[in-house]
Design a binder for this molecule. Structure first.
Ligand code: GCB
Length: 602
């Protein structure tokens, strides 16, 4: 039985966004028995949505491509066939898998046949890590539901429709951009479409552990705090919580809603931190169900201008990342792609990454946990959102809540970001203010932030954004030396920051085409980017509260907005590493700075 806040959020999502709300997603889906449905899926490109609308443009409920029909006799007319179609790899965006799909925005139908052996008394859930942007899901010719939002998981109960033997799973994926959506039509990244993350068929007992949180209480290394949530028919039960290595073996009792609060004394733990990312085996079990996780324990808080990890000041030596493998080029397709990205960040001597500008894969967060890299996680409330539209707000809130819920057991995740470079206005302030409140209500154990903007008054760089009062960090993007001023003149500017909070710069940078060498006044040269970094680091070094940064960006990434045929060619070149993996000069400059900061904060 899902919690009351979920129902309220779901209701507004249903009423406002017009999409059926998926069930709340399972915590740690791979922690339950499951069948992985990744692999090769047959696909049909359907720009006119012929498989969905009839010739009067009415949605077809009774027939359509979701039926996955096969011709039964030689006279029968069926104008599609999955059986004869080519395949796409799932997980994977379609743009990087077929030349005619590189710029495609619209509907693609994907079909996967699989065999199952459902057991009586069990429940079966179809779990999608992410489909960009809108997904309609059908099993054996019947609709399970739909979902909007390209970067968050969703699931449907498939128990009644799952067959013993052969099953047909059909997904209508549509990556059309919409002005009222989250994100909106204008972004500086590639609009990769498709089933970009894992698809799982999860087997659950009739009553199962659907959600849990086991973390240290805010700023309190002596207590575990969290909850357990059951779903199903027998909601009042004993749940056993064991953390053997910490000597914890205890029981909580769920209430009639299936929920039990967890609060218990923590022994002296080996706390999770970069360099020593200790993870404990955590087991939750009931008479019917059992879930295992690996969880790290740490505290994160601010005190004045300091960020305290486990009570000690830390400097966030970070870098921004998109969820894109430049070598493909396409979305990261699995753990090895993700490891490559985080390994590059490590080579920079980073202890922190900004996963911009949308929730990245759960696997990425788990890898960050394992590798000891702190994470800033974000929702795609990016640039100019439809601030006045309640449906847009419902979407933003749903994505934020789903991201936090999914990653709330990850020690690596220390900052929830509610958006990026959103322009100040009364409507936007109200929208973003409500999001900040929603984060605190859901998870008060981490920091709340957003990437804000700065302005110039004479030679002073100032931040005048009323939203800042609701956030834990002074965090902003700042493009001195690239979008204004130049790498030498920028030193004539200084930051005037009055808030007594840690300053974490979310972006700065400039483009360089790897291998293009010239003097430091020449745009696009590695020398220009390098001087820009050197002088940025001097400038930022003057800010008394500077406690971290995530320059833009680790690797060059694809963007349809970057059209210079010689220097960009569809790529944003602000990477410190090129699309072929070559490190630019500025990479080494930033690394040298991070080496110094590491020693200073030892
Ligand atoms: C920004 C955005 C980022 C862009 C970057 C750029 O401020 O937050 O998404 O890619 O600037 O390169 O202009």
């Amino acid at each position: 039985m899902p919690s009351l806040p979920f129902f309220l959020r779901c209701l507004s999502y249903l009423l406002l966004a017009g999409a059926a709300c998926a069930a709340p997603v399972l915590q740690n889906p791979t922690g339950h028995p499951h069948q992985n449905l990744d692999g090769r899926w047959q696909y049909l490109i359907d720009p006119y949505e012929t498989g969905y609308y009839d010739y009067r443009r009415k949605p077809m409920d009774a027939k359509g491509f979701f039926e996955d029909r096969k011709q039964k006799d030689k006279g029968e007319l069926i104008e599609y066939s999955f059986d004869h179609a080519s395949t796409l790899k799932v997980p994977g965006d379609w743009n990087s898998q077929a030349e005619n799909l590189q710029y495609y925005e619209g509907t693609v139908w994907l079909r996967r046949s699989f065999t199952a052996a459902p057991q009586a008394g069990k429940r079966y859930v179809l779990y999608f890590g992410a489909v960009n942007y809108e997904a309609h899901v059908y099993l054996n010719g019947r609709k399970l539901g739909s979902h909007q939002g390209g970067f968050t998981p969703f699931q449907f109960d498939a128990t009644g429709l799952l067959r013993a033997g052969e099953n047909s799973l059909v997904v209508k994926a549509d990556n059309t951009r919409h002005a009222d959506a989250i994100p909106t039509v204008n972004t500086d990244w590639w609009n990769y479409g498709g089933i970009t993350r894992d698809v799982l068929l999860v087997e659950l007992p009739a009553t199962h552990i659907s959600d849990y949180k086991v973390q240290l209480a805010k700023g309190d290394r002596n207590h575990f705090e969290g909850y357990v949530q059951l779903a199903g028919t027998e909601l009042e039960q004993k749940v056993r919580l064991a953390i053997p290595e910490a000597g914890i073996d205890t029981e909580v009792r769920t209430d009639p809603q299936g929920r039990a609060a967890v609060r218990l004394p923590a022994p002296k733990l080996q706390l999770w931190q970069p360099g020593a990312p200790k993870l404990y085996q955590v087991t939750l079990s009931t008479a019917q169900d059992r879930v295992e996780d690996r969880i790290g324990f740490r505290t994160i808080e601010t005190r004045g201008k300091d960020i305290l990890l486990n009570g000690k000041p830390i400097f966030l030596r970070g870098i921004s990342l998109h969820e894109e493998n430049p070598l493909i080029a396409g979305r990261l397709r699995g753990e090895s792609d993700m490891r490559m990205m985080l390994q590059w960040a490590r080579e920079l001597n980073a202890n922190y990454v900004r996963l911009a500008h949308y929730p990245h894969s759960e696997t990425m967060l788990r890898l960050a946990d394992e590798m000891g890299i702190l994470v800033w996680a974000e929702v795609p409330v990016y640039w100019t959102i439809a601030w006045n539209n309640p449906a847009t707000f419902a979407l933003a809130e749903e994505q934020l809540a789903t991201m936090i819920g999914r990653d709330q057991n990850r020690a690596a995740a220390i900052i929830w970001s509610i958006g990026n470079e959103t322009p100040v206005s009364p409507e936007r302030n109200a929208f973003m203010g409500k999001l900040a409140g929603a984060v605190r209500a859901q998870d008060n154990s981490r920091l709340v932030a957003a990437a804000l903007e700065v302005h110039r008054r004479g030679n002073d760089i100032v931040m005048e954004d009323p939203l800042a009062d609701k956030l834990d960090l002074v965090s902003f993007n700042e493009y001195a030396g690239w979008y204004w001023s130049d790498p030498v003149d920028m030193l004539n500017y200084r930051f005037t920051i009055t808030a007594n909070k840690p300053v974490v710069i979310t972006e700065f940078g400039g483009d360089a085409l790897a291998g293009f060498h010239a003097d430091a006044q020449t745009r696009w040269s590695e020398e220009y980017q390098d001087l820009l970094y050197k002088n940025q680091l001097r400038m930022l070094g003057e800010i008394p509260g500077l406690r971290g940064m995530t320059p833009w960006i680790l690797v060059d990434f694809r963007s349809p907005k970057r059209l210079h045929p010689v220097f960009q060619d569809g790529w944003n070149r602000k990477g410190l590493i090129s699309e072929s993996g070559k490190k630019k000069q500025a990479f080494h400059t930033l690394k040298a700075f991070y080496d110094t900061m590491e020693i200073r904060y030892k």
